[in-house]
Design a protein around this ligand. Structure first.
Ligand code: 5AD
Ligand code: SF4
Length: 451
């Protein structure tokens, strides 16, 4: 038996990172690592970092500064600490991390997590730090132990990574450099993991990938539509979602799946970034605003209750007031239920970072404010439109107040209602009685519709 040790993982960024953190904990479990709640109690601390926007690197260094003190105090007490930096900052700035923070023991990129046990063994032996941020030829998916570790507490909703990396090379984005080229997991291993998750209690699975709808793995016809159809055949799996998609990969079969698969939830996160064709070209998005609107129209024809979510960037180099206005116009046409919006931030090594005509910070602030005002009003309108509807709610746990339970609507909003805790784990009909900024209140219906 390995000596019992404690592991503390700090995760920033996207759901892929959350999933990766769980898998890193999985690969370290055979070495005797169990979770620690605080870095002070941990024999190993992993910072799983995100590089997508600004200040990421500085955040990592400031956290490392704090951990350095903890590591020194533990060392004095005769308890060594292994400090690892993982994720996209590690991939992008590995050498810089070791130069500025030589007390870091391991730097590893997202493609090398399966080698973590070997790196830990090396780090405990050697004084010199271990750095591993290459893109190995073999896929990390082939080496990770199978686990249902990405299930959330209670296990009802789970994340399952099916694809990683990106070949799109949007002008502003670091992902193709940090996560590498697109790689898809074979259908058989995805289906096996999904079945295990369902056996462990999962009722909803969200498929993850940087470019999830570019999944072209072995089996299931090599398309996401085929994979979703296969997953929909798993008894007990009542809800499916996938994120994040690129408009270019929204093929006809995938749109048709939204009509034919009741398990596929009527909510889609489909980033558009801008509503200006000039900006979309500058961003190398390889689609126009009209093409995006056309996809949304076809999706809504397939699934009339489909709610849309998106990502937007304001202030990409060269963006004029007219370009920005075109983005507002696209938003007015689509009517989003939810969205994420960002000020453009220069990421070193990406094409846009060196482009002329960078937009002034104050102007970016103003545009972001206007964009978010519009998106907020659309989100409020969407939530208000749910009032009076009878919706299926997957009850995921107890609510905030005694006697309450909480769940999730098909469109991802949290729903709070007063009902017996025995309903946890079930999908129940709920009449929505009030809308709030980010959630809904409902009443449990024994009958199947609002009075
Ligand atoms: N600046 C601002 N936002 C960015 N995103 C990605 N890179 C940048 C950047 N350099 C946003 C995009 C993407 C989301 C995950 O993050 O909108 O869809
Ligand atoms: Fe980045 Fe564009 Fe790939 Fe999305 S599609 S991960 S924004 S390069």
């Amino acid at each position: 038996m390995p000596t019992p040790k404690r592991l503390h993982v700090i995760t920033w960024g996207c759901q892929m990172n959350a999933y990766d953190s769980a898998r890193m904990a999985d690969v370290l479990a055979p070495l005797g690592y169990a979770p620690a709640t605080a870095p002070e109690d941990a024999d190993m601390v992993i910072l799983n970092t995100c590089h997508i926007r600004d200040r990421a690197t500085e955040k990592v260094f400031s956290e490392l500064g704090r951990l350095r003190v903890i590591k020194a105090a533990r060392a004095e007490a005769g308890r060594p600490t292994i400090l690892a930096v993982a994720g996209c900052v590690a991939q992008a700035e590995g050498a810089e991390i070791l130069a500025r923070a030589p007390y870091v023991d391991i730097v590893l990129g997202p493609q090398t997590y399966h080698r973590l046990p070997e790196m830990v063994a090396q780090a405990s032996r050697a004084a010199g730090a271990v750095i591993n941020t290459d893109f190995p030829a073999e896929s990390k998916f082939d080496h990770l132990p199978d686990a249902a570790a990405a299930q959330t507490a209670g296990g009802l909703t789970a994340f399952l990574t099916i694809q990683e990396g990106c070949n799109k090379f949007c002008s502003f984005c670091v992902v193709p450099y940090t996560r590498g080229a697109e790689a898809s997991r074979p259908a058989a291993s995805i289906l096996a993991e999904a079945r295990r998750m369902v056996a462990g209690g999962a009722r909803e699975i969200t498929l993850l990938g940087q470019n999830v709808n570019a999944w072209h793995g072995e089996g299931a016809g090599g398309t996401l539509a085929g994979l979703l159809t296969a997953l929909a055949g798993i008894p007990g799996l009542i809800r499916l979602r996938y994120t994040t998609s690129h408009p270019r990969d929204m093929d006809a079969a995938l749109i048709a799946a939204h009509a034919s698969l009741p398990q596929l939830m009527p909510y889609l996160h489909l980033p558009v970034q801008s509503g200006s064709d000039r900006m979309l070209a500058a961003m190398n998005r390889r689609h126009t605003a009209a093409e995006y609107l056309d996809i949304v129209g076809r999706l809504r024809a397939a699934r009339p209750d489909l709610a849309m979510s998106s990502d937007f960037i304001v202030g990409h180099p060269g963006e004029t007031e007219a370009d920005f206005e075109a983005t507002l116009q696209l938003i007015r046409e689509v009517r989003f239920a939810q969205a994420y919006s960002f000020k453009y931030s220069q990421r070193p090594g990406t094409p846009a970072a060196g482009a002329p005509f960078q937009v002034a910070e104050a102007e970016k602030d103003r545009r972001l404010q206007a964009l978010q005002d519009l998106l907020r009003s659309q989100q409020a309108a969407f939530n208000a439109s749910c009032v009076g509807l009878t919706v299926p709610v997957l009850v995921t746990g107890p609510g905030r107040h005694p006697g309450q339970i909480a769940g999730r609507a098909p469109w991802l909003q949290p729903v709070h209602l007063t009902a017996p805790a025995a309903l946890i784990g079930q999908e129940i009909p709920v009449c929505i009685v009030a809308a709030h900024t980010n959630s809904l209140s409902g009443e449990f219906l024994k009958e199947k519709a609002c009075a």
